[in-house]
Design a protein around this ligand. Structure first.
Ligand code: 7TS
Length: 411
């Protein structure tokens, strides 16, 4: 955390988020479901509206003015995303619907081309279902084997076991940068380097990292990196797959259709160059264009300042929640993004979520699409509060008060 970072002016930031200024069940909204999707600043909403009011046209194929404007704005986001993650080449940025599609693209395309019987794919015990199921599917198809890095009691990956799992059979390692259920930040640089020593390629699921952590794909040396726009203040329905050019060039297309071709005859189709080879069909143009404003929003604040503010909220919430009798924190890793899961002995997490909602507090309850991780902790699910740059300690106090009342009322 840099001491040179200007502190966050939360009220100024909150003023940029129209959705926050409302009452829910008669109480001011407290939005703590940011790990599921965070809210959108006015500049993102305005960019989307502007596109549909002024520039709406299909891209790349038209020569008329609107098509040119839309194409230019779409490609501006690609350049901005290249800078955001420090990719070497613009064509290494492929627009997808988000992390789920990005992982499916790699599992399907890379997996079909390069996985063979007996090969191994390693995922971690902290993964979202979207970084498990696509690998399971392709392993089944290619007769490959899925291995799992175990999780410790505090919710960190056991790297000693990981080292032992790696062998010349390992072809792919797929782990998240940060866990959505526990917030754990994984030592991805080390994970990548160890995988490369074994000759495997590495996919990093950056769904929970993009709004919080510094990302430099060249420094990490990851082979693939996946981002969802809606988890970084951008619109839903879009995101990116970053892939190293030399790998993407070797991979077959994921979907066939318009835009991904160079030439089509009934006898043979030749494919387009990167990135278009992987962008079949009309993409989510408006949302990609608005994503540029989400990048601007984050860059203007600076990730260091965002992280400093969110970390303060996380520590405050974790300490105070842990001090409430009956509350058990799930996920207490040393390095975390601003996610805190907890359970209250004797009260179902759904009941807690519903009762908090009556107080205007939005938290997520359930398994958070990480059922194997919940199994590991011997629980069905948790209550998860996740904090964003626009949240305040006063809001956390409301959560704490709600939790205390629920315990008093139900016990
Ligand atoms: N990976 C991680 C780590 C995630 O947190 C999510 C979404 C995904 C992948 C899938 O991203 P998508 O944008 O393609 O849906 N996580 C959550 C969550 O925690 N609650 O709702 C969605």
């Amino acid at each position: 955390m840099s001491t040179l970072t200007a502190p966050i002016d939360v009220e100024k930031i909150r003023a940029q988020f129209p959705v926050l200024h409302q009452f829910v069940n008669g109480k001011p909204l407290v939005y703590f479901d940011n790990a599921a999707t965070n809210q959108k600043p006015k500049q993102v909403i305005d960019a989307l509206t502007h596109y549909y009011e002024h520039d709406n046209a299909n891209i790349h194929r038209g020569i008329h003015t609107l098509a040119e404007r839309a194409t230019k704005a779409y490609e501006i986001t690609r350049h901005a995303m290249q800078g955001f993650i420090n990719a070497k080449h613009t064509e290494e940025i492929i627009f997808t619907r988000g992390v789920t599609e990005s992982i499916n693209l790699v599992a399907s395309s890379y997996g079909r081309a390069f996985l063979n019987s007996g090969d191994e794919v390693i995922v971690s015990g902290l993964e979202h279902h979207s970084n498990i199921v696509p690998w399971q599917m392709i392993c089944e198809e290619r007769k490959a084997v899925l291995r799992v890095i175990p999780v410790t009691a505090v919710g960190e990956l056991d790297l000693d076991v990981y080292r032992k799992l790696l062998s010349n059979k390992t072809k792919v390692v797929a782990v998240n940068h940060a866990s959505n259920s526990l917030g754990t930040i994984n030592p991805v640089k080390e994970i990548i380097s160890l995988a490369h020593q074994a000759g495997a390629v590495v996919l990093i699921d950056g769904a929970q990292a993009s709004a919080h952590l510094h990302i430099d794909v060249q420094e990490l040396d990851c082979d693939f990196y996946c981002i969802s726009s809606h988890k970084m203040y951008g619109p839903t329905g879009t995101g990116i797959l970053y892939g190293k050019k030399e790998l993407l060039e070797k991979m077959p297309p994921y979907m066939g259709g318009g835009e991904m071709i160079k030439d089509v005859t009934y006898a043979k189709t030749t494919y387009n160059d990167l990135p278009y080879k992987f962008e079949a069909g009309t993409p989510n143009i408006g949302d990609v264009i608005a994503l540029n404003e989400a990048i601007n929003f984050i860059n203007n604040l600076g990730k260091a300042a965002i992280d400093a503010h969110e970390h303060e909220l996380l520590v405050y919430a974790a300490d105070k929640l842990a001090a409430i009798k009956g509350v058990r924190l799930i996920g207490t890793a040393k390095e975390k993004v601003s996610v805190q899961s907890f359970v209250i002995e004797g009260i179902h997490h759904f009941d807690i979520g519903q009762m908090l909602d009556t107080r205007g507090i939005a938290v997520r309850t359930g398994h958070h699409c990480t059922q194997p991780l919940m199994d590991h902790f011997g629980i069905e699910g948790t209550v998860r509060a996740s904090f964003s740059v626009y949240n305040t300690k006063a809001e956390i106090d409301q959560l704490l008060e709600g939790v205390e009342r629920i315990i008093k009322f139900l016990k």
